[in-house]
Design a binder for this molecule. Structure first.
Ligand SMILES: NC(=O)c1ccc[n+]([C@@H]2O[C@H](COP(=O)([O-])OP(=O)(O)OC[C@H]3O[C@@H](n4cnc5c(N)ncnc54)[C@H](OP(=O)(O)O)[C@@H]3O)[C@@H](O)[C@H]2O)c1
Length: 363
């Protein structure tokens, strides 16, 4: 199953999803007697610094630890800043490339995100081409964020995103352009589009900077939530990582698109109901009134941060109803995952309470 060049290149391994993906890839590959290593491209001026940052983030067994190698580099730089020779040497060793690094900033405009998300993906693609490697690209269902405004109400793994479906949020636009450029390169590529990635299914541990965390902090800080008909697609970070690792091991998956999503459609109103049940009294306001409440709380940093990502949030909470996200269908991916032995976890009320404790840092 594994050829001469059996190593993996992974970008984004110091991140929320990437660190879990690194562990999941090690688990799934080591089960198949894989002899390789995972080269993790990590920002850092020195090899030692990059290595420290990487291992501080990863939770690995000693056997797994030996299989992880930090490569200091920045996806925004030509040849990752490695120089052309070292770049080609790296390419010479890898059989597959998992591109998970990105600037996930919903407040930033398109131009600001291009160096990491578009130029960076172009360099990753160039390395994969040089390596004749298969590319696994972690995209986002956000490429359809504004889909309903274009008449798209239902999105499956076969639906093709367009610039209009990505809408005006810079992050979603860069992820779409990156997808389009990868597909145009002719590389064998598999695309994974998660929805909103929430905290760990067991501990609730989360990134704290994601859009759901922002909504939760804003709502609890003004003690009010919007009455919303919006629906989203959600999954825990551990499920997302296990799903991507398992799907990536399926032979002949080049050209496939997967939706590694646990629950969809998930009503945003259920999130606020769980928050109330967790002991946070929230007055229900119309979306317009909720927005005004946030606007009138200038000293409130949670409200301020929330307003900075309003362009994206308005699609999640369906403001107006014609801007709601489409319904994301993940049934084909979930069927495949069940056959691979990867089952969705139970994202029940208790899970959300654990998640809220992490987001709000309450014991
Ligand atoms: N979070 C979600 O809800 C969500 C949903 C759908 C899709 N996704 C996708 O999942 C992937 C991971 O997202 P995440 O939430 O895990 O984000 P994250 O925690 O912010 O991690 C981003 C990773 O990318 C790395 N990175 C950023 N800029 C880089 C650069 N110039 N050079 C090298 N590495 C760089 C970061 O490295 P540093 O540690 O050095 O910053 C970090 O390891 C992204 O591709 C994102 O588009 C995320």
């Amino acid at each position: 199953m594994f050829g001469m060049n059996h190593h993996i290149l992974l970008t984004g391994a110091t991140g929320f999803l990437g660190s879990r993906l690194c562990s999941a890839l090690l688990e799934s590959h080591l089960r198949k007697d894989w002899p390789g290593k995972i080269f993790c491209l990590v920002r850092g001026r020195t090899l030692a610094g990059g290595d420290r940052r990487l291992h501080a983030r990863l939770t690995l067994t000693p056997q797994q630890r030996d299989r992880v190698v930090a490569v200091p580099g920045d996806i925004r730089q030509p040849f990752f800043g490695l120089g052309e020779v070292a770049f080609a040497e790296l390419a010479g060793q890898v059989a597959s490339v998992y591109h998970c690094a990105a600037s996930v900033n919903l407040a930033a405009d398109y131009e600001r995100l291009v160096p990491a998300n578009v130029d960076g993906t172009r360099t990753v693609t160039a390395l994969a081409l040089l390596a004749s490697a298969q590319l696994h690209y972690v995209s986002t269902l956000g490429v359809f964020l504004a889909g309903r405004e274009t008449g798209l109400t239902h999105v499956t793994e076969q639906t093709v995103p367009r610039q209009r479906t990505a809408g005006t949020v810079g992050y979603c636009r860069t992820k779409l352009v990156a997808e389009e450029e990868i597909l145009a390169s002719g590389l064998p590529v598999t695309i994974y589009r998660p929805g909103l990635i929430l905290g760990d299914s067991v501990t609730g541990e989360c990134s704290g900077n994601d859009v759901v965390a922002r909504i939760v902090r804003a709502a609890t800080s003004v003690r009010a939530a919007p009455a919303t008909e919006g629906v989203v697609a959600i999954s825990s970070v551990d499920f997302t990582a296990r799903a991507i690792a398992a799907l990536s091991m399926i032979p002949s998956n080049a050209g496939q698109v997967y939706h590694p999503v646990e629950l969809s459609p998930y009503p945003m109103s259920a999130l606020f109901a769980h928050l109330r049940n967790a002991g946070h009294p929230l007055e229900e306001l119309s979306i317009g009134q909720w927005r005004q409440t946030l606007d009138r709380a200038p000293q409130n940093s949670a409200a301020f941060v929330m307003l900075a990502v309003w362009q994206a949030v308005r699609h999640l909470i369906a403001e107006p109803a014609s801007s709601a996200s489409p319904v994301f269908d993940a049934s084909q991916t979930l069927d495949l995952l069940r056959r691979e032995g990867v089952h969705p976890s139970d994202l029940d009320e208790a899970y959300f309470h654990r998640l809220f404790r992490r987001i709000l840092r309450v014991p």
